[in-house]
Design a protein around this ligand. Structure first.
Ligand code: ADP
Ligand code: MG
Length: 474
């Protein structure tokens, strides 16, 4: 019996069906048509780009195993996207995409100065003992400038990022600090700059790392007595991107080591790119000498996108996913989700998924349901600043009064409540809460939390304050 696209796919399906839920099989595998088999490449036709991405994201491993069983190790999968029934477009159009075509970033080989070419120089990203220094950039190639849409809310940050990418280390934007609230594109922009630099200057070593991971690596290096290797490793980088530096707050050891790395890189004309959820002036528990370094270059804010930008982000996302939905629905989503691009995207993805899974048309009704669920389900991240604002408003005082040194009873109580809620709703340490709420120490915060607990039991009026305020936060 000769092997055909049909026969190969049929066998794959038998295997796949055994390994996933019936509903998922029906939704994601039944609609696929095998089209062609040439050499070891099987082409399958899928109904949309979204469909293709879903398969790649959720089933690529399964597909690979199934296909390897049939066609051997060199098996390849090619998707043919055939979009039918797209709005206002009678002719279906097709597009071919190889499986996992989003090439990972290649590892960067590194010329290590002779004197440090010894087995002691450990790369914190690889298992100890490996000598060859290969540095994965940790960049996500899907975050590019191309799909980072420009709007008034991000123009400065975006163009500064571009300038840095054109001339890493060679502009006055060093460091470039991008700051802004959650879901506004800091991580995306940080990657985009790195990806662009790798395109333009393949020989430069770029490294993206979250401040959290950097901290873990540092702690690890202290434990293993390889702190110097850790520092040396980072001093070899040409373009260092550290995401969410606010995470370093209160971590003096990591700040210290970063300070040295930063100075070395800066002095040697290397580029540093940082992101943070606040402007340097508002950062808490970061050493002054680091803060002043942060201000050497440019701090650029990412603000909440305006309506027009939200619309274009949504349209672009849909375009990239090969999905079309009516204009009024896009407008509906853009009108209702305002402050966070991640939520905006989440809502539209969930909308497409719902309509695909339930084979329902995307209607305003469905959009309403999804948006409502979405807005309800995404808990606002509460900041200590926000807590102080809410508590002050509730007691009709301003934040400065709440933070002041006064011992007037109602002000003390408001302050204690703010501390109590900060402990309850944020991950900040007692010390950090104290320093942000009127520069108190951790013992004061601890005392405040105990006092609030006690009063909650014994004082009815006070209990009501807690209940009222809790409602405002949830
Ligand atoms: P942050 O790091 O600030 O929390 P992210 O960079 O993770 O935010 O962005 C959240 C989501 O919004 C990502 O999926 C990102 O691709 C998208 N996004 C943010 N800004 C833009 C933009 N200007 N254009 C297109 N997509 C964007
Ligand atoms: Mg981020």
């Amino acid at each position: 019996m000769s092997v055909t696209a049909n026969s190969v796919w049929k066998n794959c399906l038998v295997f796949i069906q055994d390994n996933i839920q019936p509903q998922a099989f029906k939704t994601w595998f039944e609609p696929i048509k095998p089209v062609k088999l040439s050499e070891n490449a099987l082409s399958i036709q899928v109904p949309s780009k979204f469909f293709y991405e879903w398969l790649e994201e959720h089933y690529v491993k399964l597909l690979k195993v199934a296909l390897t069983k049939e066609l051997g190790e060199t098996a390849k999968l090619v998707y043919i996207i055939r979009m039918e029934n797209t709005y206002g477009n009678k002719e279906p159009f097709t597009e071919k995409i190889p499986s996992s075509n989003r090439g990972a970033m290649a590892a960067q080989e590194m010329d290590v100065p002779i004197k440090s070419k010894n087995p002691e120089l450990r790369n914190p990203f690889v298992i100890p003992g490996i000598r060859n220094i290969k540095i994965e950039s940790q960049l996500n190639p899907n975050y590019s400038f191309d799909n980072f849409l420009e709007g008034d809310s991000n123009r400065l940050a975006r163009s500064a990022g571009m300038a840095v990418a054109n001339k890493p280390g060679g502009t006055s934007f060093n460091p470039l600090l991008v700051f802004g609230g959650v879901g506004l594109g800091k991580t995306h922009l940080a990657h985009a700059i790195g990806v662009e630099i790798k395109d333009k200057y393949p020989e430069r070593t770029v490294l993206y790392i979250s401040a959290e991971k950097f901290t873990q690596q540092y702690i690890e290096s202290v434990k293993k007595n390889t702190r110097n290797d850790f520092i040396h490793f980072y001093q070899l980088i040409d373009v260092l991107i550290i995401d969410d530096v606010q995470f370093l707050s209160g971590k003096s050891g990591t700040q210290d080591v970063f300070f040295h790395i930063f100075n070395h890189l800066h002095q040697n004309g290397k580029q540093v790119i940082l992101t943070s959820d606040k402007a340097p002036v508002d950062m808490q528990d970061i050493e002054q000498r680091l803060l002043s370094r942060f201000k050497w270059g440019l701090s650029a804010e990412l603000q909440s996108p305006d309506y027009e930008t939200r619309i274009s982000i949504l349209k672009n996302k849909l375009y990239r996913d090969g999905v079309e939905i009516p204009e009024d629905i896009i407008e509906y989503v853009a009108k209702h989700i305002k402050t966070n691009i991640r939520e905006l995207e989440g809502a539209i993805i969930s909308l497409i998924a719902q309509s695909t899974l339930n084979k329902r048309e995307v209607t305003i009704d469905l959009a309403q349901q999804v948006v409502e669920k979405f807005v309800k389900n995404t808990k606002r991240e509460v900041s200590i600043d926000y807590i102080q604002k809410v508590v002050s408003d509730y007691f009709e005082m301003d934040v400065a009064t709440l933070q002041s040194k006064t011992r007037k009873r109602h002000i003390v109580q408001a302050r204690q409540l703010a501390m109590f809620f900060a402990k309850k709703f944020t991950k900040a340490s007692l010390a950090s809460i104290g320093s942000q709420i009127g520069k108190r120490d951790h013992a004061t915060v601890l005392h405040a939390c105990k006092t609030v607990d006690n009063l909650a039991e014994t004082d009815k009026q006070f209990r009501k304050y807690i209940d009222d305020l809790t409602k405002k936060f949830s």
